[in-house]
Design a protein around this ligand. Structure first.
Ligand SMILES: Cc1cc2nc3c(=O)[nH]c(=O)nc-3n(C[C@H](O)[C@H](O)[C@H](O)COP(=O)(O)OP(=O)(O)OC[C@H]3O[C@@H](n4cnc5c(N)ncnc54)[C@H](O)[C@@H]3O)c2cc1C
Length: 579
C-alpha cells in the first residue's frame, strides 16, 4: 500500500496550496487528481492582497507577479450596451480609485493582481513538487474509511482502470464544488446548488480598439431584450490583455443545460462586443451554475475539506480561489505541528472555528452582490416583462432635461456605486479576525470597525487579527515588512526597547515546546528600526509589550507591557498548542 502523511484530493488552488505549504513545512504529502493536467480554462483570476501575502510567504510571489496582469490595468468596471455601443457608467474597482489605492498601499507589502487559474496552478504545483509533494494525475478518489490511526482511500488509476489504496494520517478534500470527500465525510451543508445557469465562452479576439482607453478586467453588457438568466447580464472578462477573453452569459436553468454550438457561441460573443466583423476564434464553451451553499463544519475526524468543497458561490467579489488558498494556509501549519508531535490534535479543531465563519461570509457576500445588480436594471427602466422597445425608450429617457430624468440619472449613479460591495471589498478581503482556541485573549475587547467593515480594512493587533503591515528598516537601511518578519512556518515574538526579556522568554518557550519561536526587538540600534514611526502607531501595545505572531501571520496573543515574561509567554504558547 502507498503511504504518506497527508493525502490531498484535488489540484485546484486549494489542493496545490495545501501541498506547497505542507512541503515547505517538511510534511510528506501526496496529491491525487482526476485529470491529466491542471485547470484547462481560465476561471478564477483575481489574487487579492491576502493571497499574495501567502504566496509571498511560500516563496512564489515573484513568479506570480511576473506572469500576472498588474493592479493598474484591472480597474474600470464598464457598464455598456455592448463594447462598441453606448457606455452607461464606470466604476473604479479593485483598489484603483486614488483613495482606495492609498488604502491598499497602506495595508500590505503586496498588490492585487490578475492571473488566470490555468496559469496560477502550475506555479504553485510546480513549487510544491519541487519541495517534495508527490503528484498523481489521472487518479480519481473513490472512497475512504478512517480508523484511530489514519485514513485509507480507494483511488482509481484512470489509465489502467485499476483501483488501489493510499494510507495517510490525514485526508484533505480539495476536490471542488462536487466534493466526494466532503460527501463521504458527511459534512453538513446549508443552502442551494444550481440557483442559476451560466456559460463561459473562452475566445481570442483583438479588442484593443474597444478597451485600451478604459483598461479593465470586466465589461458588463446590458442589452434590453437579450435573454439573460444567471448573473443577470453578459460579461466580457479579460483573460490576457487585450486579445484573450471569457464571455459569461446566462441560461435558463429550468430549461436544462443548453447544447452550445460554436456558431451559437460566436453569435453571443459578437452580440456582446457589438461588432459583426472583428475576427473571433472560439476556444471553448462550458457551463456552470450559480451556487449558494456552505458547510457548517469542515472536518470529520481525520478528514478535512477546503475550498469550493466547503464554500460554493458565484464568482462575484472574486473570492473563490483566494479563500481556497487561505483555507489551505490556515490548516497547513496546524497539521505540521500536530504531525511533528508538537501540538495536541485539538489544534486542528481551530481550523473549523476560524475558517467556517469566513466561508459563510463569502458565500453570502457573493450571492448578495448578484442581487444588488438589480438596482442598475431598475434605474435604467429594464423591468422584466415590458416590451423591448419600451426598455430602450426607458434607457433613453435618462438623457432628458426633466426632474424624472435627473432622478433616473441619480439612481443609476447610486446603483453603480453600490457595486463597490462587489468590486472594492477590501474589508472582506483583509478583516479576517479569528476567534478560536488557537488565539489567546489578552482580555481586551475587539476594536470596533470605524468604517464599513466590508469596504474598508481596519488593521489591529487584537489577538486573532492578521499582523498589521508596516515598513520597518533593517540594519543596512533596506525596508522590510512586518509580514516578512513573520511567517515561514514559525512563531515570532515582536517587542520594543525595554521588552528584551521577551526575547529570552521566546528562546525558553521555543526549547520547552520544541517549536521554532524567533524574537525580534524593534527600535534604534536593535534588530529593526521604525524610522517612519509607523510601527509605534500600529502596534497598539506599549514599547516593552509583546506580540506573539502565529506561523500564518495572525496575532496569537499580546501583552501590553513587560513583566513576568517567561511564565506569560510560555502559558500563551502552551494554550495555543493545546498542551
Ligand atoms: C467564471 C468563473 C470565474 C471565477 N473567477 C474567480 C475570481 O476572479 N477569483 C476567485 O477567487 N475565484 C473565482 N472563481 C472561483 C474559482 O474558480 C473556484 O472558487 C476555485 O477554483 C476553487 O478552488 P478549489 O481548489 O477548491 O477547487 P477546484 O479548482 O474546483 O479544484 C478541484 C480539484 O479537484 C479535482 N477532483 C475533483 N473530484 C476529484 C476526485 N474524485 N478525485 C480526484 N480529484 C478530483 C479536480 O480535478 C480539481 O483538480 C471563478 C469561477 C468561475 C466559474
Amino acid at each position: 500500500m502507498i503511504e504518506t502523511d497527508v493525502l490531498i484530493v484535488g489540484s485546484g488552488p486549494a489542493g496545490c496550496s495545501a501541498g506547497l505549504a505542507l512541503s515547505t513545512y517538511g510534511i510528506p504529502n501526496m496529491i491525487v487528481t482526476k485529470y491529466g493536467w491542471l485547470a484547462n480554462t481560465p476561471r478564477a483570476h483575481l489574487n487579492n492582497q491576502r493571497t499574495m501575502e501567502i504566496l509571498r510567504d511560500l516563496g512564489v510571489e515573484p513568479e506570480v507577479i511576473a506572469k500576472a496582469s498588474p493592479q493598474d490595468i484591472l480597474g474600470n468596471a464598464v457598464f455598456c450596451t455592448s463594447l462598441a455601443g453606448e457606455e452607461l457608467g464606470r466604476l473604479r474597482m479593485f483598489g484603483t480609485e486614488p483613495r482606495r489605492r492609498a488604502d491598499h498601499t497602506l495595508a500590505s507589502p503586496c498588490s492585487m493582481c490578475d492571473l488566470p487559474q490555468n496559469l496560477l496552478e502550475p506555479i504553485i504545483l510546480g513549487a510544491a513538487a519541487e519541495r517534495g509533494t508527490r503528484v498523481r494525475f489521472l487518479s480519481e478518489y473513490l472512497s475512504s474509511r478512517q480508523d484511530a490511526g489514519g485514513v485509507t482511500a480507494e483511488v482509481k488509476d484512470r489509465v489502467s482502470n485499476q483501483t488501489y489504496q493510499i494510507r495517510a494520517k490525514y485526508l484533505l478534500g480539495a476536490d471542488g464544488a462536487n466534493s466526494k470527500v466532503a460527501e463521504d465525510a458527511g459534512l453538513p451543508l446549508e443552502g442551494k446548488m444550481g440557483v442559476a445557469g451560466s456559460m463561459n465562452i473562452v475566445f481570442h479576439c483583438d479588442l484593443t480598439q474597444y478597451v485600451s482607453y478604459r483598461p479593465s478586467v470586466l465589461y458588463w453588457v446590458l442589452q434590453p431584450g437579450s435573454d439573460v438568466g444567471g448573473v443577470g447580464m453578459g460579461v466580457i472578462r479579460m483573460v490576457r490583455p487585450w486579445k484573450d477573453w471569457l464571455a459569461i452569459w446566462g441560461y435558463d436553468i429550468n430549461a436544462g443545460a443548453p447544447q452550445l454550438t460554436g456558431q451559437a457561441a460566436e453569435a453571443i460573443v459578437r452580440n456582446l462586443i457589438g461588432d459583426q466583423h472583428v475576427p473571433i476564434q472560439i476556444r471553448s464553451c462550458s457551463l456552470w451554475t450559480v451556487n449558494d451553499m456552505y458547510a457548517t463544519r469542515y472536518s470529520t475526524g481525520r478528514v478535512f475539506c477546503m475550498g469550493d468543497a466547503v464554500h460554493r458561490h458565484p464568482p462575484m467579489n472574486g473570492l473563490g480561489s483566494n479563500t481556497s488558498i487561505q483555507d489551505a494556509y490556515n490548516l497547513a501549519w496546524k497539521l505540521a505541528l500536530v504531525l511533528k508531535g508538537k501540538a495536541n490534535p485539538e489544534l486542528l479543531d481551530t481550523y473549523n472555528e476560524e475558517r467556517v465563519p469566513i466561508g459563510q461570509q463569502i458565500v453570502k457576500r457573493a450571492n448578495k452582490s448578484i442581487g444588488e445588480t438589480g438596482a442598475i436594471f431598475e434605474a435604467l427602466g429594464l423591468q422584466p416583462g415590458i416590451e423591448v422597445a419600451q426598455m430602450w425608450r426607458n434607457m433613453e429617457a435618462r438623457k432628458s432635461a426633466t426632474p424624472e430624468a435627473a432622478a433616473q440619472r441619480e439612481n443609476l449613479r447610486k446603483a453603480i456605486l453600490q457595486k463597490n460591495y462587489e468590486f472594492n471589498t477590501h474589508g472582506v478581503e483583509l478583516n479576517q479576525r479569528y476567534r478560536s482556541a488557537a488565539v489567546v485573549s489578552d482580555g481586551t475587547l475587539e476594536p470596533p470597525f470605524e468604517r464599513d467593515a466590508e469596504l474598508y480594512f481596519h488593521p489591529t493587533t487584537w489577538p486573532g487579527a492578521r499582523l498589521p503591515h508596516v515598513w520597518l528598516q533593517q540594519k543596512d537601511g533596506r525596508q522590510i515588512s512586518t509580514l516578512d518578519i513573520a511567517g515561514k512556518g514559525r512563531f515570532v515574538v515582536l517587542t520594543g526597547i525595554g521588552g528584551e526579556r521577551w526575547i529570552e522568554a521566546a528562546r525558553k518557550a521555543s526549547s520547552a515546546h520544541e517549536i521554532a519561536i524567533e524574537g525580534f526587538v524593534i527600535g534604534p540600534g536593535r534588530d529593526f528600526t521604525d524610522l517612519y514611526g509607523e510601527w509605534a502607531e500600529a502596534r497598539e501595545i506599549g514599547e516593552s509589550g509583546c506580540l506573539l505572531v502565529r506561523p500564518d501571520a495572525h496575532v496569537g496573543w499580546r501583552a501590553a507591557e513587560a513583566g513576568d515574561e517567561q511564565n506569560r509567554l510560555s502559558a500563551a504558547v502552551a494554550r495555543m498548542l493545546g498542551r
